[in-house]
Every structure is written in structure tokens, then in C-alpha cells.
Write a protein that binds this ligand. Structure first.
Ligand code: SF4
Length: 366
């Protein structure tokens, strides 16, 4: 076992990526990056990390920030509860632990958004505590290394993998080992077409020797995502767009979006239902004024969302009363990027038809 671990650490020293949070031994960059990396690829997380570390160079600045700012900076990354938990955890660290990350595992686990994986990652990487981490990369490397063919969705399999990870861990180089095994999974032992010929572990790898690399890890299929259908009203008045803020709890809590109506089924472009919804929610408009966009899609963990944006020009700053939103506002189009608009509705702003419509109606107005 020790030979495998030493080979891995040696490989890591020569092949690790130069990631911005690896430039220091301080715990704060590790803590921040671990929040950003949950459910997110490294390449996507880097610009967000740079933005956050510039604006909040220490835990104290982060703890003093307000939730709206954090959500706005997080926009586009998804899983917004992470952003809220990051802020809550920062505030607790400052208030209860004098701005230092608690070095006791049990205490670290009491922080919002810190589960066993994140706690072990911060404590091992920043404080070299002998705690193994098990993420998707580690599961793949270990299940292949030991040819574990059981379903990795089962908790018994996860426990077996966790045990192997703990046995492999080098107690005096715990952080280095954890980073090394995750890096190997990301760069070499990839989900498809792993680079076994370049792998420092291929002489010990049982899946490689048994020619089972493609079959391991085995994952049973997931239950199908629920389908949801929305009609989204993108209403413009001059250079302003109408948006509403979702409540502080539930899906996309606190995020901003264009007024949205939930439907039971997808709507065809010229469905008479559009007229009915329009006259009940926005009686100022006629169907003729509607410019329907194509159906867009957004995948969430448990939901497959399909939504059709309807573009509308308004002669006045109309109001939209809905229990769905805690407040609504008219925001200038060029300031919208500074608001925490969730990803599905950011896609509307980036869509060619929206851009064309915005330009064309700007010309008419000027
Ligand atoms: S030899 Fe191949 S399958 Fe085995 S750990 Fe290395 S990259 Fe993964």
C-alpha cells in the first residue's frame, strides 16, 4: 500500500496543475476553493475563485459581505445554497472561532455547508490532518485500483472505498496524498479513456491487469429527473427589464428572474393558453404583441426544466403582483449582470433572438 501512495505523491509533485488556491498554505484559499468546487469543474471554478479572492482576500472581508453580493458573484455557477452557506460559514468562523477554521473535525462539521468531504479536504490540505477525502475522482481511482466492481451508488461500496482511501493515506503527508489522488482522477484516471500508459499506478492497478478499466466503476442508473415547464415573460420598458426576487427558501432561493408562470405541460408557440395566461397576469398586452422565443432547457440535479420566454414591450413600468416573489423591480439591461439572475434566465439574455429583439427595439425607440 505504502509504495502505491508514495508513487502517487511523487507523480503529483511533478504533474500537478498550477491552480491559484495551491499558491499558499493558508487555509482560507483551500476553504474558499472547496466551496466553489462542489459540483463544479476546476476550469469553471477558477475565474470565480479569482473574483472572490480579489474582493474578499480574508475571511473577515467575506464575513462582512451581504448575501445579495455573494449571490450576484456566484451567478452562473448554480447550486446557490453553496453561496449562502459559504457566507454563513464565514460569519460563524469569525464570530465563534476568531476568524480561524476549527481544526477539530467534529466542530468543523457544525459549520453550514461543511460536510465530511469538505471538512476532510480543508483539514488535510491546510492542516495536514490524517483524514482521507472521497470525491468522484477518488471513487474512480480506488475502485479501479482494487477492481471493486460493486455499484458505487451503494453506501456499502462507498464505505469500502473510504476504508481503502484511509489505508492508502500517508499520515504525515495527508494533504499531499489527498490532492494527488484527486489530481490523478482528474488528469489520468479519467472516466472515459483513462491514460493507463502514463499512470504511476498501472503496475499495481487490478482493473488494468484484468482488462476491466472500462467496466469500473459500475454505477446503476439514476431515477429520471422530474420535468417542469415554465412560461417566462421578458418585459421591457425603454432600457429596463422587469425582474422578481424568489423567496429566501427553496429552489434558487433569493435569486432574481423574469416573471415566470409554472405550467402543467409544455406550451406550443401559438397555444391559446398563452392568451389566457397573458390576460390574467398582464392584461395590458395582447397576444399579437408577444414575441415567443424557442423553448430553452436547463438541467438541475432532480429537475429537467423546459421554458419558453415571451418577449414583450411595455409602454409603462407596469407592476407584477405575485406571491411567488418577495419583490419585483425594473432594472436597466446593462446593470442586470450585477444582479443574481439565475442561470436559466441568463441564457435568455445570451440568446441570439433576445439580442436581436433588444437591438431592434432600441433602434425603434431612439
Ligand atoms: S492504470 Fe489506468 S485504470 Fe488504473 S489507476 Fe491508472 S489510469 Fe486508472
Amino acid at each position: 500500500m505504502k509504495e502505491i501512495s508514495l508513487a502517487l505523491v511523487q507523480w503529483f509533485k511533478h504533474h500537478k496543475r498550477d491552480l491559484p488556491w495551491r499558491q499558499t498554505n493558508d487555509w482560507y484559499p483551500v476553504f474558499l476553493s472547496e466551496f466553489l468546487l462542489q459540483q463544479t469543474q476546476v476550469t469553471q471554478a477558477i475565474p470565480y475563485y479569482q473574483k472572490f479572492i480579489r474582493r474578499f482576500p480574508t475571511i473577515f472581508e467575506l464575513a462582512r459581505s451581504i448575501e445579495d453580493d455573494i449571490l450576484q458573484m456566484w451567478a452562473g455557477l448554480g447550486y446557490y445554497s453553496r453561496a449562502r452557506n459559504l457566507l454563513k460559514a464565514a460569519r460563524q468562523i469569525v464570530t465563534h472561532f476568531n476568524g480561524r477554521f476549527p481544526t477539530d473535525l467534529k466542530t468543523a462539521l457544525t459549520l453550514p455547508g461543511i460536510g465530511p468531504y469538505t471538512a476532510a479536504a480543508v483539514l488535510s490540505i491546510a492542516f495536514n490532518q490524517p483524514l482521507s477525502v472521497v470525491d468522484g475522482n477518488v471513487i474512480r481511482v480506488i475502485s479501479r485500483l482494487f477492481a471493486i466492481e460493486d455499484d458505487v451508488r451503494l453506501s456499502a461500496t462507498r464505505k469500502a472505498i473510504q476504508l481503502k482511501a484511509q489505508q492508502l493515506l500517508l499520515p504525515t503527508q495527508a494533504g499531499l496524498f489527498n490532492e494527488a489522488i484527486m489530481e490523478l482522477g482528474a488528469l489520468v484516471c479519467k472516466p472515459a479513456a483513462p491514460l493507463c500508459a502514463q499512470c504511476p499506478l498501472h503496475t499495481s492497478c487490478q482493473a488494468f491487469h484484468r482488462n476491466k478499466v472500462d467496466a469500473i466503476p459500475f454505477k446503476s442508473s439514476t431515477p429520471a429527473r422530474k420535468k417542469r415547464f415554465h412560461l417566462v415573460f421578458v418585459i421591457r420598458h425603454g432600457s429596463y427589464l422587469l425582474v422578481g426576487q424568489r423567496p429566501g427558501k427553496g429552489m434558487l432561493a433569493g435569486m432574481w428572474e423574469f416573471p415566470t408562470i409554472e405550467l402543467d405541460a409544455p406550451l406550443q408557440k401559438n397555444s391559446p393558453q398563452v392568451a389566457a395566461i397573458l390576460s390574467s397576469k398582464f392584461p395590458q398586452f395582447t397576444v399579437k404583441a408577444c414575441k415567443p422565443m424557442p423553448v430553452l432547457k436547463q438541467i438541475y440535479t432532480h429537475i429537467h426544466l423546459q421554458y419558453r420566454p415571451i418577449l414583450l414591450q411595455s409602454a409603462a413600468k407596469i407592476s407584477f403582483n405575485s406571491e411567488k416573489y418577495i419583490q419585483t423591480r425594473w432594472i436597466r439591461r446593462n446593470e442586470l449582470e450585477e444582479w443574481a439572475i439565475h442561470k436559466a434566465h441568463q441564457k435568455i439574455l445570451q440568446h441570439a433572438q433576445f439580442k436581436q429583439w433588444w437591438m431592434a427595439s432600441s433602434v425603434i425607440e431612439s
